[in-house]
Design a protein around this ligand. Structure first.
Ligand SMILES: Cc1cc2nc3c(=O)[nH]c(=O)nc-3n(C[C@H](O)[C@H](O)[C@H](O)COP(=O)(O)OP(=O)(O)OC[C@H]3O[C@@H](n4cnc5c(N)ncnc54)[C@H](O)[C@@H]3O)c2cc1C
Length: 585
């Protein structure tokens, strides 16, 4: 069975040394955020995840959820684990204290999200979707809806699910057909079929609250005519079963512990959230957090894959070091004696540690954008979050897949064998590139919406601090290993931004064709900037192995991974117009 140790030291370093989170103690929820507090919560989260969630991860995969007569039974151990999770209060961590939440910062929740995703990504979907549904009701629902649903959702007694997709409406939600007929008493009858609904039906909690996108009879066509409804599985006033049912669960490549449901609504009673026809807009206001969460799935799986690959590479003896035996007393050297195995391990580690830093920074910016008293500071944080969200979602999940594949490669043939557990990471990671807006759609969001916004003000929220950082260290020889490659990365990214902006005005299809390379380049350079900042701190603690390792990994990322921007710039600006190529070869 794979093992996992939560990177507790790294969490502490990032929160308290790099971000100096104590400086925000006057913001709501930040008062208690001391090193002692975070150490104790992450130790507890790690204990829960490794003792309860990790042991059921492989059976979650091999047995999965079961569907019978419209009922879904969760995989063995999942119900008990969910109840322990809810009782311990993990689900209410960042929720509004008005409804029983603990009101703690999102930044503090990121490490917990990573730990859970690493130990059991399928399990993580149950609370994650609830979180999305809680936010939808809390941000946009009436007081009555909030009072009726939030306390039990926040306590975890009820779960929540997000029901957008229909057979003909995936990326293009304007094609949604599910109907909502007003009953005249403030409620609506919802009729239609939703597919691919994660945790849409299950037996782990006593009620499931569906957040359903549907059209009112007078709705305009397209995305502007969609409203959002709360549709409970059991009615709250009399516990009667609502007329919604699960028609089937999907048989998938991975994520078997999370039931993916076909949901039928046959005149099910629902209640509108906010105003009519604004449902999609409401969904989009919650996208940032949901997308960052999906990015965390990539990171969590990458981390657990890295840790197991690292352990295996130290134990497995094959061949000898090229410059002589590393461990002559043994019949062969460990895999770590080989430069190519080091390449794989360092590629993995330089992603996970850099991405962890970026994720916690992103969550802190989310907190600041909501809670800071100064409007300008809130806006600046929001600009950065808007820009970084599609990058985090797509880059983290692409790299997450890549890293889990590298993990399997380090294991050689054993990696391909189920018993070792690392091929599950590859299968579980794959979906994150597709759902919550496929990664190609994230790239279009970056280029089509985020780049032009406010004449490039979102772009400036990255370029300004990054170029200032490079300028600040211009005459610092110790930082040259980090800032020189970073400078080149920023330069390529600026050239790419200009190219896309110019093409975008002349020919949108050409800009769209370059968007994926651009997003990948942006992710690389963002991580490069993070690594350079970490190196700046690490240089102050030379001789301490934790910081020495940081310097080595930073050097690797900035000099071995980041330079991919040269190739990306070349392909991006290469002048090949995708739409001029034949549709079928
Ligand atoms: C395991 C699983 C869990 C899921 N959970 C949920 C859930 O809980 N709730 C929910 O509502 N949905 C859920 N989904 C649905 C998921 O969000 C969709 O599958 C996803 O949005 C893509 O839609 P689609 O599958 O119809 O693909 P399509 O929209 O048909 O897209 C196919 C491909 O074409 C590309 N494409 C489509 N349109 C464009 C365009 N305009 N420009 C460029 N490229 C484009 C896409 O990027 C993609 O690569 C889940 C799906 C799975 C498999």
């Amino acid at each position: 069975m794979p093992t996992y140790r939560a990177p507790l030291r790294d969490f502490q370093f990032l929160l308290h040394e790099w971000l100096n989170i104590g400086q925000y103690k006057d913001l709501p929820g930040f008062g208690e955020v001391t090193p002692e507090f975070t150490e104790s919560i992450y130790s507890e989260a790690a204990k829960f995840a490794t003792e309860v969630l990790l042991p059921i991860n492989q059976t979650g995969d091999s047995v999965g959820s079961k569907f019978e007569n419209g009922n879904v039974t969760v995989a063995p151990g999942f119900k008990e684990a969910y109840q322990q999770y809810a009782q311990a209060g993990w689900g209410s961590f960042t929720c509004d204290p008005k409804y029983g939440g603990q009101g703690l910062p999102e930044a503090l929740n990121m490490p917990i999200t990573e730990i859970i995703s690493a130990c059991n990504v399928s399990f993580g979907l149950f609370p994650a979707l609830s979180h999305g549904a809680i936010n939808a009701i809390n941000f946009h629902g009436s007081d009555e809806l909030k009072q009726t649903y939030l306390p039990k959702m926040v306590s975890g007694e009820w779960t929540g699910v997000m029901c957008l997709t229909e057979p003909q409406a995936g990326t293009d939600l304007g094609l949604i057909r599910t109907r909502a007929e007003p009953n005249g008493d403030g409620s609506y009858n919802i009729t239609g079929t939703k597919i691919f609904i994660s945790c849409g039906e299950h037996d782990a909690a006593e009620n499931i609250i569906h957040l359903v996108l549907a059209r009112l009879p007078d709705a305009p066509l397209g995305v502007k005519g969609i409203s959002l409804f709360v549709v409970p599985k059991f009615m709250v006033d009399n516990n009667a079963r609502n007329t919604l049912s699960c028609g089937a669960i999907e048989h998938k490549m991975g994520l078997h512990g999370s039931p993916t449901c076909v949901m039928n609504y046959d005149g099910a009673k629902g209640f509108i959230v906010g105003e009519a026809h604004r449902g999609l807009k409401y969904m989009f206001t919650m996208m940032n957090e949901a997308r960052i969460y999906v990015g965390m799935q990539g990171l969590g799986l990458a981390e657990v894959s890295y840790q197991n690959a690292w352990g295996y590479a130290h134990d497995r003896l094959q061949g000898r070091g090229l410059n002589g035996a590393k461990v002559p007393e043994k019949p062969a050297d460990p895999l770590t004696a080989h430069p190519d195995v080091r390449r794989m391990l360092l590629t993995m580690r330089s992603f996970t540690e850099g991405a962890r830093a970026l994720a916690i920074y992103a969550a802190l910016q989310v907190d600041i954008s909501k809670k800071h008293p100064d409007k300008e500071v809130r806006e600046a944080a929001d600009n950065w979050v808007q820009l970084a969200t599609p990058i985090i979602k797509a880059y983290f999940t692409d790299q997450g897949s890549e890293v889990t594949n590298l993990g399997m490669q380090v294991f050689g043939g054993y990696g391909y064998i189920k018993e070792y557990g690392v091929e599950q990471f590859v299968r579980d990671a794959r979906i994150a590139q597709i759902y919550e807006g496929a990664n190609g759609i994230q790239a279009l969001d970056l280029v089509g919406r985020k780049m032009p916004q406010g004449f490039g003000k979102l772009l400036r929220s990255f370029f300004h601090p990054a170029t200032e950082f490079v300028a600040k260290h211009k005459n610092n020889p110790e930082m040259a290993d980090f800032t020189k490659p970073l400078y080149k990365g920023i330069d390529s990214l600026q050239k790419a931004s200009l190219w896309i902006a110019q093409k975008g005005m002349a020919n949108k299809e050409e800009a769209a064709g370059a968007s994926y390379d651009y997003l990948t380049m942006f992710g690389n350079v963002m991580l490069g900037f993070v690594w350079a900042q970490i190196a700046e701190i690490a240089l102050k603690h030379k001789g301490d192995p934790f910081y020495e390792d940081k310097l080595k990994v930073a050097r690797f990322f900035l000099n071995k991974v980041l330079p991919k921007h040269y190739g990306l710039l070349a392909t991006l600006t290469g002048g090949v117009k995708h739409m001029d190529l034949p549709e079928a070869v």
